[in-house]
Design a protein around this ligand. Structure first.
Ligand code: ADP
Ligand code: MG
Ligand code: ZN
Length: 449
């Protein structure tokens, strides 16, 4: 980015909660690829007179996430009606939370193992809307998603780079999965991102907290992957810098992202809170988030301790076991689908204090030892393991590649078996002091990419 300017980015993130039933009725919340309009009732269809009744499990999930993000949990919460008129919202309002959300930012930033922390502004519960499908000039409405529980997370505008945004989103996704509250899948729409972007003159010579926020922001919509999130934010930053450079005024608006054209376009000028005419939902009494829910268990619980979060695991792996971040992230990222990897690593290290934990981690990363393997056998494997010298390997690979252009051409043309010839040459240069599997994959990476 042009050093003269810096971007200011704040995020609004929605995640669908993986409860059995919807937010205010008993319909199934699992709507993915179900027969359209098969999971609906008067409440989630917004029929007149239907009475919403809040889902305690969903509120508990929102509490858990708010705690995980260092928010203060409100003692009492209420729901509010947020009005707008659109096809996906038959009631004409969405039941959300306005001024008394489940969690309010404490000012303590969320550490996600990167260069900076990010402060959370609020975490609240709300309901999802219907989905629309356009066929020619007709629009089909599917109400299966209407009323599905959502958590919305709003960050402070603490980001200045798209890469950090993506790191944070991946961590948030991981936290939701560790907590088991959402599958948080961008492609399936169970995690959705609306970044707000503005640009100001860079603050190099000032304390950045004394720096004012730009008096506008652009909210970006229609983003359904991390890759598009980065592309949309980067495009928008450059577009805004150009506008500032040419003296064009920037103003508050909502823009969509066009994947094909790789650019953002105006959707509408941004609404303000006043346009939504928020008021308290009269059909849902205030809910006390009691620390002790009492015998009848009618209230959502706030007292259960949270499971170990990704960053706690990452910290332990780096601090106690001396792994670098990349090695630690291998165990941290795989924990949800394969907890054995992490558990076995910790157990093996703890029971064999003389073994080098970094060597153990590398052996596991290279699949030389696997969870479940007898400890003695695993430790034995470590001792005979050939350590590959990375620098020597890389230079041997590039030498062999430039000396054997015809073989490289064959591999590129699809003759994978020709790789073994190059492996032999690399091994010769390294006098056998390298791991065969590592050599193969390095050649493959370098030749094929
Ligand atoms: P609104 O009331 O329009 O929703 P908020 O003040 O609640 O606006 O902020 C919504 C999101 O926009 C938050 O994530 C916040 O961090 C972010 N934001 C606020 N001001 C800016 C700005 N100048 N540039 C970028 N993002 C901003
Ligand atoms: Mg908002
Ligand atoms: Zn329903």
């Amino acid at each position: 980015m042009d050093k003269k300017y810096e971007a200011v980015i704040g995020l609004e993130i929605h995640m669908e909660l993986s409860t059995k039933s919807k937010m205010f009725c008993g319909c199934s919340a699992n709507h993915f690829e179900k027969e359209p309009n098969s999971q609906v009732c008067p409440v989630c269809l917004g029929l007149p007179g239907a009475m919403p009744s809040p889902n305690n499990k969903a509120i508990e999930y929102v509490i858990m996430l708010a705690q995980a993000l260092n928010c203060n949990i409100s003692q009492s919460i209420k729901f509010d009606r947020k009005h707008y008129f659109y096809l996906d919202l038959p009631k004409g309002y969405q039941i959300s939370q306005y001024d008394e959300p489940v969690g309010l930012g404490s000012g303590e930033g969320v550490d996600f193992g990167g260069k900076q922390t990010v402060r959370i502004r609020r975490v609240h519960a709300e309901e999802d809307t219907a989905t629309l499908k356009r066929i020619g000039d007709e629009t089909l409405i599917n109400f299966n998603r209407s009323g599905v529980p959502l958590v919305e997370i709003v960050t402070e505008p603490d980001f200045s780079e798209s890469d950090t945004v993506i790191e944070f989103l991946k961590e948030l996704q991981l936290i939701a999965r560790y907590l088991g509250i959402s599958d948080a899948d961008m492609e399936k729409g169970s995690m959705r991102l609306e970044p707000n972007v503005s640009v100001r003159l860079a603050t190099r010579n000032q304390a950045s907290n004394s720096q004012q926020l730009p008096n506008y922001k652009v909210e970006l919509k229609n983003i359904n992957s991390f890759r598009y999130a980065k592309a949309a934010i980067d495009y928008e930053i450059q577009r805004q810098i150009k506008a500032l450079e040419t003296g064009e005024a920037l103003h508050q608006e909502t823009r969509g992202y066009n994947k094909k054209k790789k650019e953002t376009y105006v959707l509408r000028s941004k609404e303000s809170a006043a346009d939504y005419r928020y008021f308290p939902e009269p059909d849902i009494p205030r809910i006390l988030l009691d620390k002790d829910p009492g015998a009848n268990n009618q209230q959502p619980r706030t007292s259960d301790p949270l499971p170990d979060l990704p960053n706690a695991k990452r910290f332990k792996l780096m601090d106690k076991y001396k792994l670098n971040k990349k090695q630690a992230d291998y165990f941290v990222y795989n924990f949800v689908t394969n907890p054995e990897l992490y558990n076995y690593f910790v157990e093996l290290c703890d029971k064999n204090p003389d073994a080098d934990s970094v060597v153990i981690a590398k052996a596991m990363l290279n699949k030389k030892i696997n969870p479940g393997m007898d400890h003695q056998k695993a430790i034995g494997m470590l001792n005979t393991q050939v350590e590959t010298d990375e620098t020597a390997l890389n230079s041997a690979v590039s030498e062999v590649i430039s000396e054997n252009a015809n073989i490289v051409a064959q591999i590129k043309a699809g003759k994978d078996s020709a790789i073994m010839f190059l492996v032999g040459k690399v091994m010769q240069k390294l006098k056998g002091k390298a791991d065969g599997k590592v050599v193969i994959s390095r050649i493959r990476e370098t030749v094929i990419g």
